[in-house]
Design a protein around this ligand. Structure first.
Ligand SMILES: [Zn+2]
Length: 255
């Protein structure tokens, strides 16, 4: 029983073999997944998938890289979608200072608007952070995001920042990088953050874990993430699988 809390099976890279990818995930024990949409086409596709598969849930929002494209209509549309019973979170949202398509001030505004929406509709938020930790933490505090909490998705920061986020009612989600030999910080985070605050994800098609690094990722590989956390924490795979699935269901309000 594994829960991939962040998958982009709505990506066009799965158009040819989606059924096979899903079958492999089920063979590996993946019982649930959250499909994340972050712009018009990917949100639309995420909604199609969750309508078709009962074990999939949706997270809908606007990616910081594309913040400059988000219109007021888009935000209204996202709000409307949150009344759908299978929409369990808003995101991925946040700040991305690696790419400069969207100016920082626009990214911040779009991030704040989505936090406010999440508080209005009472859904947790999924945070994308790239090279913007200090500003993200500041905005989460200023907007009192603690009220809804959520997920620090594919967390790559230090254990200290992870602990600060846990205090703000966020779960720390680890993905493929925790399996990389040279990934010091994710391994430290896996060791120091209690299991009750950890989630697992693939972020597929990106960030495939070892030994698939560089290839297309898929939800079945989330098992490798759970195995790595178990090894680091000195727990059994079953203990990690069970706890992270329980954590995800609690956060998303899934029975
Ligand atoms: Zn993502």
């Amino acid at each position: 029983m594994l829960f991939d809390t962040h998958a982009h099976l709505n990506d066009t890279q799965y158009n040819e073999d989606l059924e096979e990818v899903i079958e492999r995930a089920q063979t590996e024990g993946v019982s649930n997944m959250v499909i994340v949409g972050f712009d018009r086409p990917t949100i639309q596709r995420a909604m199609e998938l969750v309508e078709r598969y009962d074990f999939m849930f949706a997270c809908v929002g606007w990616h910081p890289v594309d913040a400059i494209d988000m219109t007021d209509e888009d935000l209204v549309w996202i709000e409307e979608l949150t009344s759908h019973p299978k929409v369990v979170a808003i995101g991925e949202m946040g700040l991305d200072y690696h790419w400069d398509k969207s100016p920082k001030d626009i990214q911040k505004e779009v991030f704040r608007k989505q936090i406010r929406l999440a508080k209005k509709v009472k859904l947790p938020i999924v945070i994308h952070n790239r090279e913007a930790t200090a500003d993200i933490v500041e905005i989460l505090k200023e907007e009192e995001a603690e009220e809804v909490g959520g997920i620090m998705h594919c967390f790559s920061g230090s254990p200290e920042v992870a602990k600060e986020c846990v205090k703000m009612n966020f779960y720390i989600s680890l993905g493929g990088p925790v399996t990389f030999k040279n990934a010091k910080k994710p391994k430290e985070v896996a060791a120091e953050i209690p299991l009750e605050k950890l989630l697992i994800e693939t972020d597929c098609p990106y960030l495939a874990p070892h030994p698939y690094r560089g290839k297309r990722n898929e939800p079945g590989y989330v098992k490798l993430v759970a195995e790595q956390i178990a090894e680091i924490k000195g727990l059994t795979f079953e203990e990690v699988a069970k706890a992270t699935t329980q954590n995800a269901k609690k956060l998303f309000g899934i029975k």
